[in-house]
Design a protein around this ligand. Structure first.
Ligand SMILES: Cc1cc2nc3c(=O)[nH]c(=O)nc-3n(C[C@H](O)[C@H](O)[C@H](O)COP(=O)(O)O)c2cc1C
Length: 434
């Protein structure tokens, strides 16, 4: 049983909760919308979100209210809210659960965000494989529209907010906010050069906010219970609220755990997720999705908040915590992740497009025991030529597994290469001398 108060997962943990409109209303749903629509000024809602300290749950952790504040004031014309439900970061599966089990919590958050930023249209960009989630959202939108929570003249207050579901086609890069916008516009999902930022030049070149599903799901609670309440949870002032961490890998209880930010990795892995699968010692963990550099058992007492994880040399990212036990082959693990990034590189920037292919080839050679010592320098050189040289953060993310494993487990690379060299020496011995 969780020892902390659940916020986002609370409803779905109640026996018999189906996520229907009736169930959501019975649990107090749509009261936040009733509290503000037509009663508070949109700017007041933005001010509440700023005061709560809510930061984006999609990866970068940007303060949500501040992001909304970047929209041009007094702009006459459409503006959009895009809800990022792409969730393709390996090891991340929280948005899916929020969507499938409590869709109205997200829809209420979306309408609140639309109200605050003055958007009459919101698109939920959902990962193509989430077929069930897309159906559940469609159904929930119909229910909410019939009840007057979505559409025109919301709650009789003359406010419009239409919500549409748009299914992606299965590209990791379409989770990156500008690639998402391109894809929504019907183009190939490639990231845009920033600036200009979506706040001024977003969807169809109009002012746009892109927010993650979990970010949006927090809004009804902030509005209902007040920003001070939210700001008192977690690790204030910079990491407020809870987060849903997706724990996977070699633990006894893989799954989603909602905890206040600021608990330690030790508590998350050993108390919440039940500890190591076969009671072997922990060897490594990825703290925030495949893009986040690996951490080691020395980091178990690092706090799960934005600053502490950054100070430890990684990032909280998407909240996907992947745990590896002693005995895990770290070179193989890095190769597996690199293969994912190679497959998903969109091809726009040559350092990432060409570099990821080269990295995979070199890593495959090392794992197949055909590597050379010089390969280690080549790996570092390639990573350094990708880092910071691409249009979006994908490039930096893609090199994290190799750079991280080289930093902490270099002897494993060296051992594989030494085996390769020894095998070569035997092969090179002239036949006649035996
Ligand atoms: C390669 C890449 C993939 C991303 N994938 C996702 C994703 O699947 N879901 C998500 O919410 N954000 C993802 N992001 C982050 C988004 O670009 C963006 O920062 C986020 O949706 C903003 O919402 P937030 O402020 O609520 O976190 C990704 C970023 C990059 C660089």
């Amino acid at each position: 049983m969780p020892k902390h108060e659940l916020i986002l997962l609370k409803n779905m943990m109640q026996p018999g909760y189906t996520g229907s409109l009736q169930d959501y209303e019975r649990a107090g749903g749509y009261q936040a919308l009733r509290k503000v629509v037509g009663k508070a000024q949109p700017a007041e809602v933005t001010a509440m979100v700023m005061k709560s300290g809510l930061r984006g749950r999609g990866g970068a952790g940007f303060p949500t209210g501040v992001k909304w504040g970047f929209l041009p004031k007094g702009y006459q014309g459409p503006r959009y809210l895009c809800c990022n439900a792409d969730e393709s970061e390996p090891g991340t599966f929280k948005d899916r659960q929020l969507i499938e089990r409590d869709p109205h919590q997200i829809l209420e958050g979306i309408v609140l965000a639309c109200y605050a930023i003055g958007a009459e249209t919101a698109y939920i960009y959902i990962r193509g494989e989430f077929v069930l989630g897309a159906r559940i959202l469609e159904q929930a939108i119909v229910e909410a529209r019939d009840a007057g929570y979505i559409g025109t003249n919301i709650l009789g207050a003359g406010i419009t907010a239409n919500v549409w579901v748009h299914r992606g086609a299965g590209a990791y890069i379409c989770g990156e906010e500008t690639a998402l916008l391109e894809s929504l516009e019907g183009k190939r999902g490639l990231p845009r050069v920033k600036p200009p930022f979506p706040a001024t030049h977003g969807l169809y070149n109009k002012p746009t906010v892109v927010n993650n599903i979990e970010t949006l799901a927090n809004l009804p609670h902030i509005v209902s219970r007040g920003p001070e309440w939210f700001a008192s949870i977690g690790s204030p002032p910079k990491s407020t609220g809870t987060r849903v961490f997706c724990v996977s890998g070699h633990v006894k209880g893989p799954g989603n755990y909602e905890v206040p930010m600021g608990i330690t990795f030790r508590e998350l892995i050993y108390e919440q997720a039940g500890g190591m699968r076969s009671d072997k010692p922990l060897k490594a963990f990825i703290p925030g999705g495949a893009s986040a550099p690996f951490l080691t058992p020395n980091h178990l007492d690092v706090k799960l908040d934005f600053e502490s994880v950054a100070a430890a040399g990684s990032m909280l990212g998407s909240g996907g915590v992947t745990v590896m036990e002693e005995g895990t082959d770290m070179v193989w693990a890095a190769l597996r992740l690199m293969e994912f990034f190679y497959h998903e590189s969109c091809g726009k920037c040559s350092p990432c497009r060409e570099g990821s292919s080269w990295l995979v080839q070199t890593m495959r050679r090392i794992v197949a025991k055909r590597g050379r010592m010089e390969d280690l320098e080549t790996l570092v050189d390639l990573c350094k030529n990708i880092e910071g040289r691409t249009v979006c953060a994908f490039g930096d993310a893609s090199v994290a597994p190799i750079m991280g494993t080289l930093k902490h487990w270099r002897p494993e690379y060296v051992a594989l290469i030494q085996e390769a060299e020894a095998a070569n020496l035997i092969k090179l011995e002239p036949a006649g001398r035996h």
